[in-house]
Write a protein that binds this ligand. Structure first.
Ligand code: ACM
Length: 551
């Protein structure tokens, strides 16, 4: 490892790295024009990117600088959407016009969005060549361009995130980066059932996560405390079941139109929304709205507490199957992604025989409406299809007996999404002194949530068993976005890195300074992150030493 070069690529990708580096240099020579103004000297510090790219090499020579002349150049209409989103971001803070233009050539202050990258980059891979002759961002698919833009943002000063005009300079160091994800699924789950969060809050949660290359937004839409998605055939689910939340607040719900707006917003950012309808347990809100879904036909009291495992759809009632078919049909129709999450966890009020019968049926219904099933780990105790996914969430320090459910999934060729609570549950307290959060899986400080590997976490799994990772935020104790963000950051960034970056070369010592560099960025973005004392935050970083209240 030399002073100018840092590389964490596995041997398997070395060929790709070399091929792309050559392509980048050729492009720069052939297309770069001389910079129009004097570029500042190369910044001394190594760029600090989260998630760590597969390969990052410092280049000699001048930095790249955004100027009033900067254009975003596209040569392929498929790149226009990403370029337009990038332009909006850059205009806000620089105050420059930043036009998006079609064009063959690009100059020293321009950013080229090219889609002539090799197929070996996959949909999400990209290369990024940054120097005084301009920026060339290259991918094989527009999605890869979007991921690359997140890296470019982090090469620029944190104030590039500002919603209002700030003074420059806007320099990014000369680098050559080649990057692609380790796992296909890098999720962030937000529980909008325990406390409800509106469309703009969800968009903000998504935008922050997308900065760390998260590509799945899993919305936990239904639980005992509230049903949050309008189902046209069963309107009382939301008009009655949506009116509560933990602590007795007003709750709320998304109309199908509002939900579609979230899905559309996510898709423009190459994030897939995975809706979760948690059944057959976690259904008290539905049962209050439609007592015929209970076995005795009596509406239970509304639930505004935080205990779990006491509610169940009446699995033997015919109406339950009509309900299931209607709900899954409508949710599937709102879901362009291939996955639909049916929960299936903690159904302690459902007999084992009923649970098996119900999940066999749910499997057919989800498939019948054209989707693949995702469920929490317990679904793997029932027969499922090999293209279904099981989301592993137990506290598990490797010896948890429930790791056998992860093996049960692998044995039937389902793949796993790894969300072990003792690492990836963002609602665990950081320290015993925290006011917010719970601690049933232990205390999970920033380092603990980073220091694990999704494949080796459970003994006996192989890389092919793991489809990805997900950071899950349950909102029993989080009643405001300030509280949500305090719990999510910094931990969400670390879980996202576990999903994106190669396993080789990961360490807390390497990660902590890169994470610290996110502090000023979050400060500009107004994120009320937890200022974990183990992270070497630079001067001028905000953050909260104790949980913010309200906000
Ligand atoms: C869960 O934490 N019950 C999925």
């Amino acid at each position: 490892m030399s002073g100018l070069s840092w590389r964490a690529g596995a041997a398997a990708i070395t060929g790709l790295v070399l091929a792309v580096t050559v392509a980048v240099e050729r492009a720069g020579d052939a297309e770069g024009r001389a910079p129009r103004t004097e570029a500042p000297a190369v910044a001394a510090a190594a760029p600090r990117i989260v998630p760590a790219p597969v390969s990052l090499q410092r280049r000699p020579g001048p930095a790249f600088t955004l100027t009033p002349q900067t254009r975003l150049v596209v040569r392929d209409r498929r790149a226009t959407g990403v370029a337009e989103l990038t332009a909006v971001l850059l205009r806000r803070s620089t105050g420059y016009p930043v036009p998006v233009t079609d064009g063959a050539s690009y100059g020293g202050h321009d950013v080229l969005f090219a889609l002539d990258g090799p197929a070996s980059l996959g949909d999400e891979g990209y290369t990024l060549a940054v120097h005084g002759r301009g920026v060339r961002l290259t991918a094989h698919a527009a999605e890869g361009l979007f991921r690359g833009v997140q890296t470019l943002r982090q090469l620029l000063p944190g104030r590039i995130e500002s919603a209002t005009v700030r003074p420059g300079p806007w320099a990014a160091p000369a680098v050559a980066i080649t990057d692609r994800p380790r796992f296909a699924w890098r999720g962030a789950m937000l529980d909008v059932a325990r406390h409800f969060y509106g469309v703009d809050d969800v968009k903000r949660y998504l935008d922050l996560a997308a900065l760390y290359k998260v590509n799945v937004l899993h919305l936990h839409l239904t639980d005992d405390q509230g049903w949050r998605l309008e189902i046209e055939k069963w309107p009382r689910l939301t008009t009655v079941g949506g009116r509560t939340e933990v602590g007795g607040g007003r709750g709320g719900y998304y109309t199908q139109e509002q939900y579609t707006e979230i899905v559309r917003y996510a898709a423009a950012r190459y994030v897939t929304v995975v809706p979760e309808i948690d059944i057959p347990g976690h259904t008290n809100a539905a049962l209050t709205a439609y007592p015929e879904l209970t076995c005795d036909g009596t509406a239970p009291p509304v639930h505004t507490g935080i205990d779990v495992g006491f509610s169940s759809l009446c699995v033997r009632a015919g109406v339950t199957y009509r309900f299931l078919d209607d709900v899954i049909r409508e949710v599937a129709a709102l879901t362009p992604g291939r996955y639909l999450h049916v929960g299936g966890d903690e159904a302690y009020d459902t007999s084992r025989a009923d649970y098996k019968a119900f999940m066999a049926h749910a499997r057919q219904v989800v498939r019948g409406h054209g989707k693949r099933l995702v469920g929490w780990t317990q679904v793997a105790t029932t027969p499922q299809d090999p293209d279904s996914l099981a989301q592993y969430y137990h506290a598990a320090h490797g010896d948890d007996p429930r790791t056998k459910w992860a093996h049960a999934a692998a044995d039937q060729h389902m793949k796993l999404i790894m969300s072990p609570a003792a690492r990836a549950y963002l609602d665990m307290k950081y320290t015993a002194a925290d006011r917010l959060g719970t601690d049933w899986a232990g205390l999970v400080d920033t380092r603990t949530s980073y220091d694990w590997d999704p494949v080796t976490f459970i003994a006996g799994l192989s890389p092919g068993d793991v489809h990805g990772v997900e950071a899950a935020l349950w909102t029993e104790t989080a009643a405001s976005m300030a509280e949500v963000e305090y719990l999510a950051y910094p931990r969400l960034a670390g879980v996202a890195e576990r999903g994106w970056s190669p396993a080789t070369g990961r360490s807390w010592a390497d990660y902590a300074p890169r994470l610290a560099a996110q502090g000023p960025r979050w400060t500009v973005l107004g994120v009320r992150f937890h200022r974990d004392p183990a992270v070497p935050w630079p001067a001028g970083t905000g953050g909260e030493t104790t949980a913010p209240s309200g906000g």
